[in-house]
Write a protein that binds this ligand. Structure first.
Ligand code: HEM
Ligand SMILES: *[C@@H]1O[C@H](CO)[C@@H](O)[C@H](O)[C@H]1NC(C)=O
Ligand SMILES: *[C@@H]1O[C@H](CO)[C@@H](O)[C@H](O)[C@H]1NC(C)=O
Ligand SMILES: *[C@@H]1O[C@H](CO)[C@@H](O)[C@H](O)[C@H]1NC(C)=O
Length: 318
């Protein structure tokens, strides 16, 4: 019995190290093959932000969507074809935009180092730059992702919905190897950007059999959301900013969340379990603790890999 374990253990370790090496990402992945790749991403993101303040939130959300469907393999960037409707044309694509920023980077990087830098890596680095150029933390992004060849509109049903409760959120994250702590930290991405009325409609009209409005919403905040988003909303693209400082990456999201001023049921749900609630309070009182946790969880999320090739055009498979 004992000897079987002695024999099996080194064998298992060899197998484990092989499988890790195959999918492993590294910080210096492009050092020899395209050393300028990251500075190109940063310069283009910085310039794009100057013209369009919605670029950072768009890039961060795009990376999250990418990683949650088939791993971070740039499947979110693929165009639909005559035979296939792609993820970006799937139902919850409502806030996806700024694909042109990735195209601009890809063009410049291809001119310098053809066929080397994956679209999935470009997106991961761009999401990091979006955060740091918005006043958030910076970190080293492990690289070496490959781009996938598949993007299917109906796969977007696998994304967590804003109506999810804590157990549904936990399930969605754990299926991707992410913990409850990751859930709380990554939800802090909701410090940037904008939401359409449809995403929080459930909380402000016809909430349940007894209440028109979700009673966990702070009353005057709920009233302001109802003014912007009436039942028969006729204003195209009506909605609300994710927090009161939506172009700055800070811990305001958590400060407002504890006051009942979050947009989604999925945000509010973070206050319904003891562990997640404690983390929300910690992040609400410490920007530093939030940033450290966000960085750790972003690296985890962005290391879910899945692709096979380095696409030459981020919108079409090779
Ligand atoms: C926990 C599960 C999550 C749910 C249910 C969720 C849901 C949503 C919804 C419904 C919107 C608004 C879409 C619209 O109406 O335009 C949104 C926006 C956004 N989400 Fe999340 N999200 C989640 C996690 C994340 C994560 C992990 C990140 C990144 C770390 C993220 C970053 C963003 C950003 C930046 C926006 C604003 C997009 C923009 O302004 O264009 N979200 N999210
Ligand atoms: C992808 O779709 C966009 C928007 O529909 C279009 O402008 C672009 O030319 C397409 N790119 C490719 C390579 O098909
Ligand atoms: C979202 O999907 C609709 C069709 O479902 C499509 O017309 C629209 O262009 C898509 N938006 C983006 C940003 O790709
Ligand atoms: C969350 O929603 C699911 C599906 O509606 C339900 O089965 C579950 O009991 C809910 N969990 C909590 C904690 O409310």
């Amino acid at each position: 019995m004992a000897s079987t374990i002695y024999l099996a253990l080194p064998f298992a370790l060899v197998l484990l190290s092989i499988s890790l090496r195959v999918s492993a990402l590294s910080l210096n992945y492009y050092d020899q093959t395209c050393p300028k790749a990251e500075s190109i991403v940063k310069n283009i993101v910085r310039k794009a932000m100057r013209n369009d303040r919605t670029v950072p939130s768009a890039l961060l959300r795009m990376h999250f969507h990418d990683c949650f469907i088939r791993g971070c393999d740039a499947s979110v960037l693929l165009n639909s074809t005559t035979k296939n409707t792609a993820e970006k044309d799937g139902p919850p694509n409502i806030s996806l935009h700024a694909f042109y920023v990735i195209d601009l980077v890809k063009k410049q990087v291809e001119a310098l180092c053809p066929g080397v830098v994956s679209c999935a890596d470009i997106l991961a680095v761009a999401a990091r730059d979006a955060v740091s150029l918005s006043g958030g933390p910076t970190w080293n992004v492990p690289k070496g992702r490959k781009d996938g060849r598949v993007s299917i509109a109906t796969d977007t049903r696998q994304l967590p919905a804003p109506t999810f409760n804590i157990s549904q959120l936990q399930q969605s994250f754990s299926q991707r190897g992410l913990s409850m702590d990751d859930l709380v930290a990554l939800s802090g991405g909701h410090t940037l950007g904008f939401s359409h009325c449809s995403s929080f409609q459930n909380r402000i009209h016809n909430f349940d059999a007894t209440n028109d409005v979700d009673s966990s919403l702070q009353p005057s905040f709920a009233a302001s959301l109802r003014r912007v988003c009436p039942v028969h909303n006729k204003v195209k693209n009506a909605g609300a900013t994710m927090d009161s400082s939506a172009t700055t990456f800070d811990n305001m999201y958590y400060k407002l969340l504890v006051q009942g001023k979050s947009l989604f049921s999925s945000d509010q749900a973070l206050l319904t379990s003891t562990r997640t609630k404690a983390l929300v309070s910690k992040f609400a009182s410490s920007q530093q603790e939030f940033e450290a946790a966000f960085v750790e969880s972003m690296i985890k999320m962005s290391s879910i890999t899945g692709g096979q090739e380095v696409r030459l055009d981020c919108r079409v498979v090779n």
